[in-house]
Design a protein around this ligand. Structure first.
Ligand code: PMP
Length: 382
């Protein structure tokens, strides 16, 4: 199988599994217990926290372990909003946030919070001028992703941090797709809170973290004494050890980024040569190195995905969480892409396991399967 769905999830690496197994089998005590095994668990937790903090450029006290990015996003938004001073009630989300995060936005709006959605430009980047106009003294927080999970387009986090802070608002950044693929340092990010998830960087599922800048007030959502009272619940110690191992293993992100963007560019160039009507979203703006979000004319995504499946290539028509539905992607809609083009969107996301031979195989095998469709399709490629 050729796995080109790394933005959906990544396989746990051997080092991650090796770090988790002894915790599962031997360090299973509750890290809050006072006895010896409990102290052992506490030591494992402290070591993992130190390792995560070192890898991400933050203080150990700034790491709040969660069950993943969805929970971290909820904690950040509800938590920062809950601790916002009186008179700051507005919450701004970019209109291309992850589908789960936009559900939270809509839930807040139906409960009476003034929620607004910041527009993006046709190339998928945040419309910074529109953001500047909307960020005012009554804004509690802005929630912006660092990189989009569908297009891979990078967002102007530093610029929005400056705007938010000048207005006295907080900035939450969903860096789930960014961390592990681009160099990241929390201290330099400008964000007050940053979400991440282990399974996007070869760690296990069901674990992640919210990095919360020291001194920033947060109203806890899941109550309990763990994580300094900011997130209750007995810690997922093996998962946390896995997250730490995944971050430790990242290595030279800049070099991997060059390798992956080279493979991605070769893939896009090869497909464009072999087939008519190839369109790649986000191609002219900074984007994640391994993400290619494209359409073949207006061939419906499911037709292309069927052919890819025949070739034993795993890909998706967009976000895993919303693919399978027949609705056009909200990200493409926000970019002004018409539905008939959005329904042709296929996402190929390359990652650590992707090799040049995989791309060569795809370039040799896919065009012959797709080319005849252009002759028979009633939808003319554009
Ligand atoms: N945000 C983004 C940008 C994502 O891509 C994802 C995963 N699809 C999430 C949040 C949710 O992460 P998790 O699966 O850890 O809850």
């Amino acid at each position: 199988m050729i796995y080109l769905d790394h933005n959906a999830t990544t396989p746990p690496s051997a080092a991650v599994v090796a770090a988790m197994l002894p915790v599962l089998t031997s360090v299973w005590a509750n890290a809050s217990s006072q006895h010896g095994p409990g102290q052992d668990a506490r030591r494992v937790l402290a070591a993992a926290r130190a390792s995560v903090a070192k890898a991400l450029g933050c203080k150990t006290a700034e790491v709040v372990f969660t069950s993943g990015a969805t929970e971290a996003n909820h904690l950040a938004v509800r938590g920062l909003l809950g601790a916002a001073p009186a008179g700051r009630a507005r919450v701004l989300f970019s209109s291309v946030e992850h589908a789960g995060h936009l559900k939270l936005a809509r839930a807040l709006a139906s409960a009476g919070t003034p929620v607004e959605f910041l527009p993006v430009c046709a190339d998928g980047t945040l419309d910074i001028d529109a953001a500047a106009q909307r960020i005012g003294p009554d804004v509690a927080l802005v929630s912006l992703m660092a990189a989009n999970n569908e297009t891979g387009v990078l967002m102007p986090v530093a610029g929005v941090a400056a705007l938010a802070h000048a207005a006295g608002a907080r900035l939450h950044v969903d860096a789930t797709q960014f961390i592990g693929k681009q160099p990241f340092c929390f201290a330099d990010s400008g964000a007050d809170a940053v979400s991440l998830s282990a399974h996007k960087l070869h760690g296990p599922k069901g674990v992640g973290a919210l990095l919360l800048r020291q001194g920033v007030a947060l109203a806890p959502q899941v109550l309990g004494s763990q994580e300094r009272g900011r997130r209750g619940g007995t810690e997922n110690l093996a998962g946390i050890a896995g997250l730490a191992a995944a971050l430790e293993e990242l290595g030279d992100i800049a070099a991997e980024s060059v390798r992956l963007s080279g493979l991605r560019d070769a893939l896009e160039a090869g497909l464009a040569r072999a087939l008519p009507g190839l369109h790649v979203w986000g191609q002219r703006v900074p984007r994640l190195p391994g993400t290619s979000y494209l359409r073949f004319g207006q061939l419906p995504a499911e037709v292309v995905l069927q052919r890819l499946e025949r070739l034993d290539v795993a890909a998706s028509s967009g976000a895993a969480c919303s693919s399978g539905g027949s609705e056009p992607s909200h990200v493409l809609s926000a970019m002004g892409v018409p539905p008939e083009e959005a329904l042709a969107a296929v996402r190929l996301s390359l990652g650590r396991g992707t090799q040049a031979a995989d791309i060569e195989h795809l370039l040799a095998a896919l065009p012959p399967l797709l080319a005849p469709l252009f002759l028979t399709s009633p939808l003319e490629p554009t």
